[in-house]
Ligand binder design. Sequence first.
Ligand code: BGC
Length: 507
Amino acid sequence: MPAMVMSNAGPSGAKKFEGRITIYVVICGIIAATGGLMFGYDIGISGGVTSMDDFLEEFFPAVFERKHKAKEDNYCKFDNQNLQLFTSSLYLAALVASFVASKICTKHGRKLTMQAASIFFLVGVILNAAAVNIAMLIIGRILLGVGVGFANQAVPLFLSEIAPVHVRGALNILFQLDVTIGIFVANIVNYLVSNIHPWGWRLALGLAGVPAMMLCLGSMVIAETPTSLIEREMLMEGLAMLKKIRGTDNVDAEYEEILHACEMARQVKQPFKNLMKRSSRPQLVIAIVMQVFQQFTGINAIMFYAPVLFQTIGFKNDASLLSAVITGIVNVLSTVVSVVLVDKVGRRFLLLEACGQMLITQVAIGGILLVNLKATNELGHGVAVWVVVLVCLFVSSFAWSWGPLGWLIPSETFPLATRTAGYAFAVSSNMLFTFVIAQAFLSMMCHLRAGIFFFFGAWIAVMGLFVIFLLPETKNVPIDEMTEKVWKQHWFWKRFMDEEEDKKHSV
Ligand code: BGC
């Protein structure tokens, strides 16, 4: 896997390359957005579908029965390993697929990888929408997962490579914005189709084909990135493409930089081995930990299972889906806040503020449920509304902090030589822990009951301490000055940066 080729300059150190934001780059951005939409739609749709009666009756009759038994335990009515497998199989498939995709991306380019993503995804959608048994459902989900793995590997790389240097940061969070829009659209679809019987769920799953078709058709009209062309030794094509996307013939400086970056990437024959060096430890730990912590906020317990959760606390079908729509809107709007603030107030401020807000809201939700929700009663209307408000406050703080920064920070801390390999660890950690939460949440809720919210609260407290003591501020530090300006200055991490020590300890 080659090092991801990004500019060497951060916001304060941006070299002045000529070139504007061309229509071509805008079109490419829209196409990349559909990759984010695909991912987000998947995150949002499964919770809705797995709470629809028609769907449960057809594939999970035991869950359907339990759900409708008056005396069933509130915290356990959805606990079913097969039902959880439906949601989580996608992430396991994506975890494996992203490693395969990284190789295809290098050898055959970003465009082909995106096309492959959309084809896998479309076949998965067809299997899901036409499913007549659990096997079709699960195989369909696995193919969707392969599509997501391929898209998540290729699309951010593609975006980084086509973006003019001065808008790359914004484009980065734009991808997360598209994920949140995908989740929101899925929530609306869940809400609208829940009254279409008995095939509303088929429509919900089938509509995932829309962003996939957009990516499929879109990736036919766009060309390959200059970096990928140059990396594959198609120098003239790469130069021509660079001129096209920048809208100017004066691209020599940028061309030279890409050429140089490709040279360096070629010299690192084993980026993964490089990553195991002592001096890579700080970045590697931060990249993995950011993703693990992102998932242990409990966000996906809310995202996947919001409708299920709201039903558990006593909302009726429509009301619970509507509540999930509200959290979807909050998620999108709060991500915009992050786009605006991240380079002004800094990463650490957003993360710490959010730790406080998330800790208070998780503990408050846990407390309310502990006192008010027993095994078989329903929450009063007023109390249930409070729970929704608290969930919205939780989601908003996640959306301007750990959501986008879980992706941004790992992408900006590695030196070029280990950037892609390191980022691959971040992506796979995300998929792994998304899988773990998706698979475990309903059982955990059944066993820990309201305590599940304290469980996540405890993790959030740990994250806050981690940020205070171990996470350096990376705002406005040029990417390639990170080692000197950040890691070698940090009270704890600087001990890993000694080159002599590195030689002694290197594997
Ligand atoms: C996370 C997803 C999550 C989403 C919510 C992303 O950054 O990786 O797991 O569902 O944010 O908006």
